[in-house]
Design a protein around this ligand. Structure first.
Ligand code: PSU
Ligand code: MN
Length: 310
């Protein structure tokens, strides 16, 4: 007996995929664990609207009743946003939650698994998980990076979360042969801030050329994804010195409270939000939305490229 993974598409997403129209996959962990109610629900809807503005159909992903849901309804989003206790499901948790018939919110990593299974080659989020500061001893590297080496999905984001060691994150992506293309800036962005201080290996502002790069990476037989970065808009970005000071305090608090592992990212992000009086949470929401619009544009460019070369 072979095992198939139940996937429930929303009608809109199913039709879009059937007609080869561009679709952008989106995660749900940011709804349950990244932002607080009701901002999380409002932001999820604004993110979907931004994907549409960019020219694509949004497909927010979650796990419900042991099935991957591709395209959450407004009622699904409201439930995930307002109910507590919905678990964070990363790639390694996925088979357990599916087999048990459970539910959960997908991280970048598990959303990439789901997107590939659903036939969606583009995904967008504000900031990737990456190599944590101090990973030399903790070995805490987000599964988001490992999954990027395994799923053929292009990820549009504002770089990786600034709470991470971004230099090591870039090293990891280089080692693992994941192309990083900066759109609209020379540097790899730092999620809240326009620059991480690290130059991106390639800058390409032409979306059609980016589409060709993605298609070429896959034509060359690579099993993984491509990272396409877009910087936060000037009006949304946080002063790097303010963010860095709050991050350093948050890291000290996390160490004092003995927080490690799966809960660390959420702990750090929330500590930084409190220390900045909500300034970083506000930036997080704005960047999710602006990135989603660029994701919509990139997926549309890729769909055009595919139809011109099929
Ligand atoms: N907390 C947030 N925002 C987020 C996340 C957590 O405030 O976006 C997420 C994303 O879902 C990302 C995950 O995929 O955290 C990475 O977690 P970890 O570093 O444990 O791999
Ligand atoms: Mn981790």
């Amino acid at each position: 007996m072979s095992t198939t993974i139940p996937i429930v598409h929303s009608e809109e997403v199913r039709e879009a995929l059937h007609e080869h129209r561009p679709v952008v996959a989106l995660e749900s962990n940011v709804i349950t664990h990244g932002l607080s109610y009701p901002h999380n629900a409002e932001t999820a809807h604004q993110v979907e609207a931004a994907v549409r503005k960019g020219g694509s159909v949004p497909a927010t992903i979650c796990i419900e009743d042991g099935a991957i849901r591709v395209g959450m309804t407004a009622a699904d989003i409201e439930r995930f946003a307002s109910e507590g206790g919905i678990p964070k499901v990363s790639s390694r948790d996925l088979p357990v939650v599916l087999a048990r018939g459970g539910r959960g919110a997908t991280t970048v990593a598990s959303s990439l698994v789901a997107a590939e299974l659903a036939g969606i080659p583009f995904f967008s989020s504000a900031g990737l998980g990456g190599v944590h500061r101090g990973a030399q001893t903790t070995m805490d590297i987000s599964s988001d990076l490992i999954q990027l080496t395994r799923s053929k999905v292009a990820v549009v984001c504002a770089g990786a979360k600034m709470i991470l060691d971004l230099a090591l994150t870039m090293e990891y992506l280089e080692t693992q042969c994941v192309p990083v293309i900066a759109h609209g800036s020379d540097d790899f962005p730092a999620f809240y801030c326009a620059s991480s201080g690290i130059r991106a290996p390639h800058r390409i502002d032409d979306e059609d050329l980016i589409a060709k790069v993605v298609a070429t990476h896959w034509a060359a037989g690579h099993p993984g994804g491509v990272v396409i970065t877009t910087p936060p808009r000037d009006e949304d970005a946080v002063d790097p010195a303010v963010a860095e000071a709050a991050i350093n305090d948050a890291l000290v608090q996390a160490e004092r409270d003995g927080v490690t592992g799966q809960g660390l990212t959420k702990y750090l992000m929330h500590a930084v939000d409190r220390a900045t009086g909500g300034r970083t949470a506000q930036a997080n929401m704005a960047v999710l939305i602006s990135t989603a619009e660029v994701g919509g544009q990139m997926a549309a460019a890729y769909a055009r490229y595919q139809s011109d070369h099929s």
